[in-house]
Design a protein around this ligand. Structure first.
Ligand SMILES: Nc1ncnc2c1ncn2[C@@H]1O[C@H](COP(=O)(O)OP(=O)(O)OP(=O)(O)O)[C@@H](O)[C@H]1O
Length: 213
Protein backbone atom coordinates (compact mmCIF):
# COMPACT_ATOMS: atom_id res chain seq x y z
CA UNK A 1 0.00 0.00 0.00
CA UNK A 2 1.39 3.44 -0.94
CA UNK A 3 2.42 5.51 2.06
CA UNK A 4 1.03 9.03 1.70
CA UNK A 5 2.44 10.51 4.88
CA UNK A 6 5.04 9.28 7.36
CA UNK A 7 5.63 10.98 10.71
CA UNK A 8 8.53 9.96 12.94
CA UNK A 9 9.20 11.02 16.50
CA UNK A 10 7.47 14.36 15.98
CA UNK A 11 7.41 17.02 18.69
CA UNK A 12 5.25 20.11 18.21
CA UNK A 13 4.79 23.29 20.21
CA UNK A 14 2.29 26.11 20.41
CA UNK A 15 2.99 29.45 22.02
CA UNK A 16 6.60 28.35 22.43
CA UNK A 17 5.67 25.38 24.64
CA UNK A 18 5.65 21.73 23.72
CA UNK A 19 2.26 20.12 23.38
CA UNK A 20 2.96 16.68 21.90
CA UNK A 21 6.16 14.67 21.55
CA UNK A 22 7.32 11.26 20.37
CA UNK A 23 4.51 10.97 17.82
CA UNK A 24 5.02 8.46 15.01
CA UNK A 25 2.48 7.15 12.52
CA UNK A 26 1.98 6.65 8.85
CA UNK A 27 -0.97 7.18 6.59
CA UNK A 28 -1.52 4.96 3.56
CA UNK A 29 -3.55 5.52 0.42
CA UNK A 30 -7.18 4.82 1.28
CA UNK A 31 -6.70 5.34 5.01
CA UNK A 32 -8.46 7.77 7.35
CA UNK A 33 -7.02 8.45 10.78
CA UNK A 34 -8.99 10.35 13.40
CA UNK A 35 -6.95 12.41 15.88
CA UNK A 36 -8.49 12.25 19.33
CA UNK A 37 -7.61 13.62 22.72
CA UNK A 38 -8.92 16.18 25.21
CA UNK A 39 -9.20 19.90 24.46
CA UNK A 40 -5.83 21.56 24.32
CA UNK A 41 -3.74 18.42 23.90
CA UNK A 42 -2.40 19.53 20.53
CA UNK A 43 -4.54 18.17 17.68
CA UNK A 44 -4.67 21.53 15.88
CA UNK A 45 -0.98 22.04 16.52
CA UNK A 46 -0.09 18.69 14.96
CA UNK A 47 -2.22 19.46 11.89
CA UNK A 48 -0.77 22.98 11.53
CA UNK A 49 2.73 21.55 11.75
CA UNK A 50 2.06 18.87 9.14
CA UNK A 51 0.50 21.52 6.88
CA UNK A 52 3.71 23.53 7.09
CA UNK A 53 2.09 26.49 8.86
CA UNK A 54 4.59 26.19 11.69
CA UNK A 55 7.88 24.36 12.14
CA UNK A 56 8.18 21.10 14.07
CA UNK A 57 10.26 21.22 17.26
CA UNK A 58 11.89 17.97 16.16
CA UNK A 59 11.16 14.82 14.23
CA UNK A 60 10.54 13.99 10.60
CA UNK A 61 7.57 14.46 8.32
CA UNK A 62 7.71 12.78 4.94
CA UNK A 63 5.16 13.42 2.23
CA UNK A 64 5.49 13.93 -1.51
CA UNK A 65 5.75 17.59 -2.52
CA UNK A 66 2.42 19.36 -2.86
CA UNK A 67 0.42 16.37 -1.66
CA UNK A 68 -1.19 17.94 1.41
CA UNK A 69 -4.33 20.07 1.60
CA UNK A 70 -5.27 21.65 4.93
CA UNK A 71 -8.68 22.83 6.10
CA UNK A 72 -8.49 24.56 9.46
CA UNK A 73 -11.06 26.26 11.67
CA UNK A 74 -11.29 29.23 9.29
CA UNK A 75 -12.86 28.41 5.95
CA UNK A 76 -10.37 30.46 3.93
CA UNK A 77 -13.09 32.04 1.79
CA UNK A 78 -12.98 35.29 -0.15
CA UNK A 79 -16.12 36.96 1.16
CA UNK A 80 -16.81 39.20 -1.87
CA UNK A 81 -16.52 36.34 -4.35
CA UNK A 82 -19.40 34.01 -5.16
CA UNK A 83 -19.36 30.32 -4.34
CA UNK A 84 -18.36 29.53 -7.93
CA UNK A 85 -15.70 32.24 -8.01
CA UNK A 86 -14.22 31.01 -4.74
CA UNK A 87 -13.95 27.47 -6.08
CA UNK A 88 -12.53 28.65 -9.41
CA UNK A 89 -9.95 30.71 -7.55
CA UNK A 90 -8.74 27.71 -5.56
CA UNK A 91 -8.93 25.40 -8.56
CA UNK A 92 -6.70 27.83 -10.50
CA UNK A 93 -4.26 28.12 -7.58
CA UNK A 94 -3.93 24.35 -7.20
CA UNK A 95 -4.47 23.32 -10.81
CA UNK A 96 -6.98 20.73 -9.59
CA UNK A 97 -9.73 18.82 -11.35
CA UNK A 98 -12.26 21.64 -11.87
CA UNK A 99 -15.20 22.71 -9.76
CA UNK A 100 -18.25 20.83 -11.07
CA UNK A 101 -17.93 17.73 -8.90
CA UNK A 102 -17.29 19.86 -5.81
CA UNK A 103 -20.37 22.04 -6.43
CA UNK A 104 -22.51 18.97 -6.95
CA UNK A 105 -21.21 16.79 -4.13
CA UNK A 106 -21.23 19.48 -1.46
CA UNK A 107 -24.75 20.50 -2.46
CA UNK A 108 -23.73 24.01 -3.53
CA UNK A 109 -25.41 24.27 -6.96
CA UNK A 110 -28.30 26.40 -5.74
CA UNK A 111 -25.86 28.71 -3.97
CA UNK A 112 -23.40 28.94 -6.85
CA UNK A 113 -23.89 32.67 -7.49
CA UNK A 114 -24.26 33.72 -3.84
CA UNK A 115 -21.35 35.78 -2.43
CA UNK A 116 -19.55 33.92 0.34
CA UNK A 117 -20.33 36.66 2.89
CA UNK A 118 -24.05 35.92 2.43
CA UNK A 119 -23.79 32.23 3.29
CA UNK A 120 -24.81 30.70 6.60
CA UNK A 121 -22.11 29.19 8.83
CA UNK A 122 -22.91 25.66 7.67
CA UNK A 123 -23.02 26.73 4.01
CA UNK A 124 -19.62 28.41 4.41
CA UNK A 125 -18.29 25.24 5.90
CA UNK A 126 -19.63 23.20 2.96
CA UNK A 127 -17.86 25.61 0.60
CA UNK A 128 -14.66 25.37 2.66
CA UNK A 129 -14.79 21.58 2.35
CA UNK A 130 -15.59 21.76 -1.38
CA UNK A 131 -12.34 23.71 -1.65
CA UNK A 132 -10.48 20.54 -0.63
CA UNK A 133 -11.98 18.67 -3.56
CA UNK A 134 -10.77 21.24 -6.10
CA UNK A 135 -7.19 21.09 -4.82
CA UNK A 136 -6.76 17.63 -6.34
CA UNK A 137 -4.37 16.84 -3.48
CA UNK A 138 -4.38 13.32 -2.04
CA UNK A 139 -3.84 13.96 1.68
CA UNK A 140 -6.48 15.99 3.50
CA UNK A 141 -5.61 17.45 6.91
CA UNK A 142 -8.91 18.37 8.49
CA UNK A 143 -9.43 20.28 11.72
CA UNK A 144 -12.95 19.83 13.05
CA UNK A 145 -14.39 19.65 9.52
CA UNK A 146 -17.98 19.16 10.64
CA UNK A 147 -18.35 22.25 12.84
CA UNK A 148 -21.63 24.03 11.91
CA UNK A 149 -22.76 21.20 9.64
CA UNK A 150 -26.24 19.71 10.08
CA UNK A 151 -26.73 15.95 10.16
CA UNK A 152 -27.39 15.69 6.41
CA UNK A 153 -24.25 17.70 5.60
CA UNK A 154 -22.13 15.56 7.95
CA UNK A 155 -23.34 12.51 6.03
CA UNK A 156 -22.64 14.28 2.73
CA UNK A 157 -19.13 15.06 3.84
CA UNK A 158 -18.56 11.50 5.05
CA UNK A 159 -19.54 10.21 1.61
CA UNK A 160 -17.18 12.69 -0.12
CA UNK A 161 -14.44 11.54 2.23
CA UNK A 162 -15.17 7.89 1.52
CA UNK A 163 -14.93 8.51 -2.24
CA UNK A 164 -11.67 10.37 -1.71
CA UNK A 165 -10.27 7.36 0.16
CA UNK A 166 -11.60 5.03 -2.52
CA UNK A 167 -9.65 6.99 -5.13
CA UNK A 168 -6.40 6.46 -3.23
CA UNK A 169 -6.60 9.60 -1.08
CA UNK A 170 -5.97 9.73 2.67
CA UNK A 171 -7.15 11.90 5.53
CA UNK A 172 -6.03 12.92 9.00
CA UNK A 173 -8.98 14.37 10.87
CA UNK A 174 -9.22 16.07 14.24
CA UNK A 175 -12.79 15.68 15.41
CA UNK A 176 -14.72 15.11 18.61
CA UNK A 177 -17.75 13.69 16.80
CA UNK A 178 -18.46 10.38 15.11
CA UNK A 179 -18.07 11.02 11.39
CA UNK A 180 -19.97 7.92 10.41
CA UNK A 181 -16.82 6.43 8.90
CA UNK A 182 -16.45 3.10 10.71
CA UNK A 183 -13.36 2.27 8.67
CA UNK A 184 -11.47 5.25 10.14
CA UNK A 185 -8.80 4.37 12.68
CA UNK A 186 -8.29 6.34 15.88
CA UNK A 187 -5.02 7.96 16.94
CA UNK A 188 -5.36 9.19 20.51
CA UNK A 189 -2.75 11.84 21.32
CA UNK A 190 -3.06 11.37 25.09
CA UNK A 191 0.02 9.09 25.38
CA UNK A 192 2.07 11.67 23.46
CA UNK A 193 1.32 14.61 25.73
CA UNK A 194 4.59 16.42 26.42
CA UNK A 195 6.04 15.77 29.86
CA UNK A 196 5.14 18.19 32.70
CA UNK A 197 8.55 19.87 32.56
CA UNK A 198 7.79 21.02 29.06
CA UNK A 199 4.07 21.56 29.29
CA UNK A 200 2.27 24.85 29.46
CA UNK A 201 2.96 26.55 32.78
CA UNK A 202 1.93 29.97 31.49
CA UNK A 203 5.63 30.86 31.23
CA UNK A 204 7.10 31.61 27.85
CA UNK A 205 10.59 30.24 27.24
CA UNK A 206 13.52 32.54 26.60
CA UNK A 207 13.73 33.55 22.96
CA UNK A 208 10.01 32.89 22.41
CA UNK A 209 8.76 34.73 19.36
CA UNK A 210 4.95 34.96 19.06
CA UNK A 211 5.23 35.43 15.30
CA UNK A 212 6.45 31.84 14.93
CA UNK A 213 4.31 30.25 17.63
N1 LIG B 1 -2.53 30.97 19.63
C1 LIG B 1 -2.01 30.29 20.65
N2 LIG B 1 -0.98 30.81 21.37
C2 LIG B 1 -0.45 30.15 22.41
N3 LIG B 1 -0.85 28.93 22.80
C3 LIG B 1 -1.86 28.36 22.14
C4 LIG B 1 -2.49 29.01 21.02
N4 LIG B 1 -3.48 28.19 20.57
C5 LIG B 1 -3.46 27.10 21.35
N5 LIG B 1 -2.50 27.19 22.30
C6 LIG B 1 -2.15 26.18 23.32
O1 LIG B 1 -1.51 25.11 22.65
C7 LIG B 1 -1.90 23.84 23.19
C8 LIG B 1 -2.42 22.95 22.09
O2 LIG B 1 -3.60 23.53 21.53
P1 LIG B 1 -4.36 22.90 20.30
O3 LIG B 1 -5.28 23.97 19.76
O4 LIG B 1 -3.40 22.29 19.36
O5 LIG B 1 -5.22 21.74 20.99
P2 LIG B 1 -6.43 20.85 20.45
O6 LIG B 1 -6.13 19.44 20.87
O7 LIG B 1 -6.62 21.09 18.99
O8 LIG B 1 -7.65 21.42 21.28
P3 LIG B 1 -9.25 21.46 20.99
O9 LIG B 1 -9.77 20.06 21.15
O10 LIG B 1 -9.74 22.36 22.10
O11 LIG B 1 -9.46 22.04 19.63
C9 LIG B 1 -2.93 24.16 24.29
O12 LIG B 1 -2.27 24.10 25.52
C10 LIG B 1 -3.38 25.56 23.97
O13 LIG B 1 -3.73 26.23 25.16
Amino acid sequence: MTTRLAVRDLAVARGGLRAVEGLSFSLSAGQALVLRGPNGIGKTTVLRTLAGLQPAVSGEVEAPAESLAYAGHADGLKSALSVTENLRFWSDVFGGPGIDAALERMNLRELALRPAHALSAGQKRRLGLARLMVTGRPVWLLDEPTVSLDTASVALFASVLRDHLGQGGAALIATHIDLGLPEAEILDLTPYRAGPARRDSGMRPAGFNEAFA
